[in-house]
Design a protein around this ligand. Structure first.
Ligand SMILES: [Ca+2]
Length: 426
């Protein structure tokens, strides 16, 4: 075999450049193809929360199982997926109707939805579940209508939704519940005039989004910042307006930026279609402008990437069907393009979660990332070069699938193998 040292050198230089490029913090090369082993559902996934070793999902499904068919389990509206294997664990709270919201704190999984029984107990629309057994604890705020969003901060569980009473008190659409007691509402009472669908806590501020025109004692159109001590609206007032349907469905806070998604044509004093970044101090829209064509229903921020889900068909200057990764600096869509598709006229990605180099997506899609067997739930891992880099740097100890050239070890040769186009893995 004729040796070509110049070609070897070129490949090594390219590999070194690629490795250097991959070392940029937050620059994560994500696979657009979902992990095959991770189980799917038979219906929409509305909430996804990842803990150290478990991915909790909620929605209106009644079954979870392998995408290849068979071997699944009945799981009504809520399930736990083993983060390592992708298969459901034995955990089975068995809700009798939709779970819209999940939040985890320590050994407790909080669930919100429109159920009347869960974890073996009668629980109206909100419950706390033992993370080991799936049994409902004594915590029982008893909401009179749907709970759509939950977030936990220290000893407080914040709830938003369509309810007018919760935790033993009259509370319109938003409440703070004592996590330590049986779920009693605290004195905190922003008293919105319409539903609250998004919450994010940052320090002593609770950011709220939804369909309201007033909250915390002030006129606030669909988005507000509330004092975590008093419940009063602060002066922060991005004032969402316009939209085929006007509302804020998703909020995410990262440093001094509040990302907002929903249906709107202007916010923070600027023209912004359905997604925006707002200064956390002033409420003004930053220059970031991905301009989504269609609603944004889910947001997740990780490093220099903002993941968005919804029913949009373009965002960040690119055609992107319902799921996209956006550069947090420029608002441009990255190359990541799983494209969620479905059998309905409207298809949504409702929930996103990021953990390390893994992205989880939930929705009512029946195909995503070119996998036509994948219904409801998908997991996206880093591309092999990114994982090889992390493995070689000792940041990840899992060599599964990284020996691309099949010589029994994972090293720089595998990166070269991938970059030379001999991609053994998809
Ligand atoms: Ca190898």
């Amino acid at each position: 075999m004729k040796s070509r040292p110049w070609a070897v050198k070129l490949v090594l230089v390219i590999a070194a450049m690629a490795l250097a490029a991959l070392n940029v913090p937050g620059a994560r090369a994500q696979s657009s193809t979902p992990r095959e082993e991770t189980w799917i559902t038979n219906g929409a996934v509305r909430a996804v929360v990842r803990t150290t070793d478990t991915v909790y999902i909620g929605g209106w499904f009644t079954y979870v199982g392998p995408a290849t068919g068979g071997g699944g389990q009945t799981r009504n509206h809520i399930a736990a997926i083993d983060a390592a294997t992708g298969a459901a664990t034995d955990w089975n709270p068995n809700a009798n109707n939709t779970v819209y919201a999940l939040a985890v704190s320590g050994s407790t999984v909080y669930a919100g939805g429109d159920f009347t029984s869960i974890g073996g107990q009668m629980r109206n629309n909100i419950a706390a579940l033992d993370a080991s057994t799936g049994a409902a604890t004594d915590w029982n705020p008893n909401a009179n209508s749907e709970v759509r969003v939950l977030t936990v901060s220290d000893s407080t569980v914040y709830a938003g939704g369509i309810f007018n009473s919760i935790g033993g008190q009259k509370r319109n659409y938003i409440a703070a519940l004592d996590a330590a007691t049986t779920g009693a509402a605290t004195d905190w009472n922003p008293n919105a005039d319409n539903p609250v669908f998004a919450l994010a806590v940052s320090g002593s501020t609770v950011f709220a989004g939804g369909f309201f025109d007033s909250i915390g004692g002030q006129t606030r159109n669909c988005i507000a910042a509330l004092d975590a001590a008093t419940g009063a609206a602060t002066t922060w007032n991005p004032d969402a307006a316009g939209g085929h349907y006007l509302g804020i469905n998703a909020l995410a806070v990262s440093g001094l930026t509040v990302y907002a998604g929903g249906g709107f044509w202007s916010i923070g004093g600027q023209t912004r279609n359905n997604i925006a970044a707002l200064n956390a101090a002033t409420g003004a829209a930053t220059a970031w402008d991905p301009n989504a064509f269609g609603e944004v229903d889910a947001l997740a921020v990780s490093g220099s990437t903002v993941y968005a889900g919804g029913d949009f068909t373009s965002i960040g200057g690119q055609t992107r069907n319902r799921i996209a990764a956006l550069d947090a600096a420029t608002g441009a869509a990255t190359d990541w393009n799983p494209s969620a598709e479905g059998s309905y006229y409207y298809v949504y990605v409702y929930a996103l979660a990021v953990s390390g180099s893994t992205v989880y997506a939930g929705g009512d899609f029946t195909s995503i990332g070119g996998d036509n067997t994948r219904c409801g739930f998908a997991q996206f891992d880093a591309l092999p070069p990114e994982r090889i880099k992390r493995y070689l740097l000792g940041l990840d100890s899992d060599p599964t699938g990284l020996d691309l050239n099949g010589d029994g070890k994972v090293d720089i040769a595998d990166l070269i193998w991938y970059l030379s186009g001999k991609r053994l893995t998809k």
